[in-house]
Design a binder for this molecule. Structure first.
Ligand SMILES: Nc1nc2c(c(=O)[nH]1)N[C@H]1C(S)=C(S)[C@@H](COP(=O)(O)OP(=O)(O)OC[C@H]3O[C@@H](n4cnc5c(=O)[nH]c(N)nc54)[C@H](O)[C@@H]3O)O[C@H]1N2
Ligand SMILES: Nc1nc2c(c(=O)[nH]1)N[C@H]1C(S)=C(S)[C@@H](COP(=O)(O)OP(=O)(O)OC[C@H]3O[C@@H](n4cnc5c(=O)[nH]c(N)nc54)[C@H](O)[C@@H]3O)O[C@H]1N2
Ligand SMILES: [Mo]
Length: 896
């Protein structure tokens, strides 16, 4: 495909000259890695030698500018992206050529020396890697999979590839991994996620949907009606900088308009956010993990002052009597008064009263982020907000009520309702053993023990092999030292598939280098809820080193196991992409779309007036919620029946295992928000880190008062520590964080010094892996106390972005693929599936949806499928077939 530069030429030249310094950094990277010799001229070159190739990413769509096979510039697309970020314009290009790329398949030295003997797992992350051929690497992988499955059963194979954050395309590694493993007898997997782990379990019982992944009231309704917009640990300005698919930042001008038109913003947060600055929000400082107390007290005050809406409670809720008794302290003797909450939250009682009255009087939209539920007893916080909003009679009214996804996926953009392209499916996993996403260390340390989640009992598998593709387990899981010890004790083979020497690659036994999306074709769409654009992610450059596409890696493994035909469905890679495009709502012919790089789907006019919970409010009899009662459950009998001690049946303030209320002298509370200049750990190695890092490390935000008391100044190195670990970070002294609280963004890479301190400032070295409760078994990353002091003895610069030591004396251990019989052994176990079951596993299991129909009740499935079916693009008949499968297998199905 040839491209002509005409009208856009000037723009591009400007973009290129603005990014001129990037050429220099590429040149440095090229020099540092011994020369980028693999970049042959692409067939897409035009005569001038400079070509533009459309691509798309979590950071937005863009034109890649390529010269002589090298990406020399990234040009944002103003007509599609309302606010391109530095991550797009500078980050993508700098990380693709960074020295942290994995150039060749690698095996840890002691593992390669004796793959089935003493592999010395304690040397993971410490000893050199040996470069091997793909043949050797895949033979080792296949042999480890086969031996493990034959010795311990397929349940001993574990996928830590829980999430799909690797990239924006259809060909996500964790999906391809699931697809491959499910063809050879399956693997143990994670269930739930880190993001909204607590709310996605409790809220279906309370309000009939997970809420955290649901569309929000359309912005025109907010603009017209809302007077007060309350942000509770919610930072849309930061969190919407990226998307799960392709960001386009279309909500940003609307947020600005809300503020310009006089909408009042109030932000309840231990730190002041970018959103607060942009929208001029009033900052109400709250002690972390105490939001439940605040909302209980406001509910008490509303009741006490007769500001509540008794008719609304009657018509739309159940359990108000019990909840009000709780507020009055009838059972526990504690009145949930503003004074009571003031002592817990640190917010003066008068302020609590003022807010309760303001929210009762004005048209108020409550928007909560998810960080508050990544905390001990995380189930309580969103629920407390729901109960307060219901007391005021707000849920479902235009411009009022609750929303738990304003900060995610451009919440507030009208939804097109169109079908977006969907990639390959994972298929059905024959293994039912699973582990809640954040409980991996506990699983490894306690094989065979039982646990409950949402009232169902499970048994932890006895895991011997961990496969990690497109996930940074060593960065994302809490309590890194505990995790490393558990992996070293229990896991015989740890495989990591990633383009970079990320935290996890370094601790793996076998590292399989994946191409980045720039090195292959793919498709994507955006935004998350609006679903109004489909993007081509066309190949921009040749694969780096010997890296292979994720699809190709799993295709080769499938070939070794004799299931290639099933893996590819007999289709070529381009055919799979074209099939996905044709199954979407797009009308533009594929070739035109591919040339142009995107196509739009227009949202219908009616989408502009959509109100979250609006149907229910208008007619609760015709549109009941999918809770047991069909109403909002202020007290929930289902939860009471589970009788889980640490998750009471109505919102209750329970002291977290660590918070300022039980801190030792000098301890601070550590919150770990998502990064402004990264997607988790992605971009940690990019040039853009210069904008945020302090002395080359993750920065920590600390209040002036706290800093002064400890002799810490802006730019100093500090050591943050507790009984779980120690990290070194760089101090940003600021008034934007309240005293007693420090904040470190999650996602730094790892580098331990000789004292076991992480010299890169990776937060999870000090966080706790304790579950937030036995109901959801979700993580409690934001429940963390630590000490902080000046660090005067760093041993070196941060070396997390130096590649590990690599040896080149290969000793190949090729293993004949004819020995691999696993798939044949398993094939006989495959049973026939109903059409609904097939459709469910083919089309409905991507992203955040549950994979096991038994995890939800029939009613809950009706709630969840409301957004799942349109996303999957099922016809009415297909929906019916899937629903009957789900009903027959739901948690409360009589056949279960
Ligand atoms: N730029 C960027 N955006 C992202 C991501 C990213 O990595 N980078 N990741 C995406 C993903 S996977 C997810 S799950 C979402 C996460 O979305 P969230 O969980 O909502 O986001 P966080 O940034 O963790 O936290 C938001 C705010 O909560 C505050 N906070 C922390 N603890 C408390 C508390 O106890 N009470 C109150 N009131 N506030 C508290 C923090 O100070 C922070 O300002 O973000 C998504 N968006
Ligand atoms: N303390 C604390 N910890 C947290 C959180 C918190 O708030 N606080 N948040 C949690 C949440 S909500 C989440 S979602 C997780 C996120 O945790 P992860 O999803 O593990 O985070 P990422 O850093 O995005 O990891 C994606 C990996 O995919 C790799 N990758 C990119 N492109 C490709 C590709 O094409 N192929 C392959 N094979 N790999 C690729 C990247 O290099 C990277 O290593 O972290 C959790 N951890
Ligand atoms: Mo997340």
């Amino acid at each position: 495909m040839l491209y002509c530069l005409t009208s856009k030429a000037t723009d591009i030249k400007m973009a290129i000259s603005r990014r001129a310094f990037l050429k220099a950094s590429i040149a440095t990277a090229v020099a540092a890695t011994g020369g980028l010799t693999v970049f042959h001229a692409s067939t897409r070159f035009d005569e001038a030698g400079t070509i533009i190739i459309p691509h798309a990413s979590h950071w937005g769509p863009f034109n890649a500018i390529v010269k002589d096979g090298i990406l020399i510039g990234v040009q944002p697309l103003k007509n599609l992206d309302a606010m391109p970020t530095e991550m797009l314009t500078e980050g993508i290009i700098s990380r693709v050529y960074d020295k942290t790329r994995v150039k060749y398949p690698m095996v840890r030295q002691s593992y390669l020396a004796d793959p089935k003997g003493d592999t010395k797992p304690h040397l993971r992350g410490k000893e050199p890697f040996v470069r091997v051929s793909w043949e050797t690497a895949l033979a080792l992988v296949a042999d480890a999979i086969q031996t493990t499955a034959q010795t311990h059963g397929n349940q001993a194979l574990f996928s830590s590839s829980y999430g799909g954050w690797s990239h924006a395309g259809l060909m996500r590694p964790q999906v391809l991994q699931g697809r491959f493993f499910n063809l050879i007898g399956g693997q143990s997997t994670t269930t739930g996620d880190y993001s909204g782990g607590a709310s996605q379990v409790i809220l279906p019982h309370v309000i009939g949907d997970m809420e955290v992944y649901s569309p929000q009231t359309a912005w025109p309704v907010i603009e017209k009606h809302t007077e007060v917009f309350v942000l509770i640990g919610c930072d849309p300005w930061k969190n919407n900088r990226i998307e799960f698919r392709v960001a386009d930042h279309q909500m940003y001008p609307h947020w600005k308009r809300f503020a310009d038109n006089g909408m009042q913003f109030i932000s309840v947060n231990p730190q002041r956010t970018r959103t607060d600055d942009e929208l001029d929000a009033e900052w109400v400082k709250i002690i972390p993990n105490t939001d439940t107390a605040l909302f209980l007290a406001m509910a008490y005050h509303a009741y006490n002052q007769n500001l509540h809406d008794a008719d609304y409670l009657d018509r739309y809720t159940v359990g108000a009597d019990k909840f009000i008794e709780h507020l009055l302290g009838i059972q526990d003797g504690t009145v949930k008064s503003p004074q009571w909450a003031a002592n817990i939250t640190g917010i003066p009682a008068e302020k609590i009263i003022e807010m309760a009255e303001l929210f009762a009087r004005k048209k108020t939209q409550f928007a909560a982020g998810w960080s508050l539920q990544r905390a001990d007893h995380g189930e309580m916080t969103h629920w407390a907000i729901i109960n307060f909003a219901a007391m005021l009679g707000k849920i479902g009214k235009p411009g009022e009520g609750v929303g738990f996804s304003w900060h995610y996926g451009n919440g507030g953009m009208p939804q097109s309702g169109a079908t977006m392209p969907v990639g390959l499916s994972q298929g059905k996993n024959p293994i039912s053993a699973n582990c809640p996403a954040s409980r991996i260390s506990e699983m490894l340390n306690n094989p065979g023990t039982t646990f409950t989640r949402d009232g169902i009992e499970y048994t932890y598998p006895d895991v011997k092999l961990v496969y990690n593709a497109g996930n940074n387990l060593l960065s994302h899981q809490q309590n890194t030292n505990e995790l490393i010890a558990a992996l070293n004790k229990q896991v015989e083979t740890f495989i990591c598939q990633d383009p970079w020497w990320c935290a996890s690659s370094r601790f793996a036994d076998i590292v399989l280098p994946a191409t980045s999306t720039l090195e292959r074709d793919d498709l994507s769409s955006g935004g998350t809820y609006s679903n109004d654009k489909i993007y081509a992610m066309r190949q921009v450059i040749q694969p780096y080193g010997e890296s292979l596409d994720d699809f190709e890696i799993f295709r080769r493994l499938s070939e070794i196991f004799g299931v290639e035909e099933q893996f590819t469905e007999g289709l070529s890679y381009p055919e799979i992409l074209q099939r996905a495009y044709h199954a979407s709502s797009a009308t533009l012919p594929f070739d035109e779309f591919w040339q142009q790089g995107h196509t739009r789907v227009i949202a219908p006019e009616s989408a502009n007036t959509w109100v979250r919970h609006g149907d229910f409010y208008r007619d609760p009899e015709q549109f009941p919620l999918h809770t047991t009662s069909g109403k909002i459950e202020l007290y929930c009998q289902d939860i009471a029946n589970f009788a889980v001690q640490d998750c009471p049946p109505m919102p209750t303030f329970l002291a977290p295992f660590e918070y300022l209320g039980n801190a030792k002298p000098n301890q601070v509370h550590v919150v770990s928000p998502h990064p402004y200049m990264r997607v988790h750990s992605q971009m940690a190695n990019a040039d853009t880190r210069k904008y945020e890092d302090v002395q080359g490390r993750q920065y920590v935000l600390i209040n002036k008062q706290d800093a002064e008391r400890r002799g810490i100044r802006n730019g100093h190195l500090v050591e943050i520590f507790n009984e779980r670990g120690r990290i070194i970070a760089g101090a940003k002294v600021s008034d934007s964080i309240m005293p007693g609280v420090i904040s470190l963004e999650e996602g730094a890479w790892l580098q331990f010094d000789s004292q076991g301190r992480c010299n890169s400032g990776a937060i999870n070295v000090i966080t706790s892996s304790q579950a937030c409760s036995e109901l959801s078994q979700a993580n409690s990353a934001n429940t963390c106390l630590a000490f902080i002091q000046r660090c005067r003895d760093p041993e070196s610069d941060n070396l997390a972005f130096e590649p590990p030591q690599i040896l080149t004396d290969e000793r190949a251990t090729p293993i004949s693929s004819t020995n691999i019989t696993l798939a044949a052994d398993q094939a006989i176990k495959q049973v026939e599936q109903s059409p609904g079951e097939t459709l469910f596993y083919q089309r409905c299991t991507l992203c955040h949806s549950a994979k096991d129909p038994r995890q939800y009740t029939k009613a809950q499935w009706h709630g969840i499928t409301k957004s799942m079916f349109p996303r999957a693009g099922l016809s009415p008949a297909e929906r019916e077939a899937v629903m009957s499968f789900l009903e027959a297998n739901a948690k409360d199905s009589p056949s279960k």
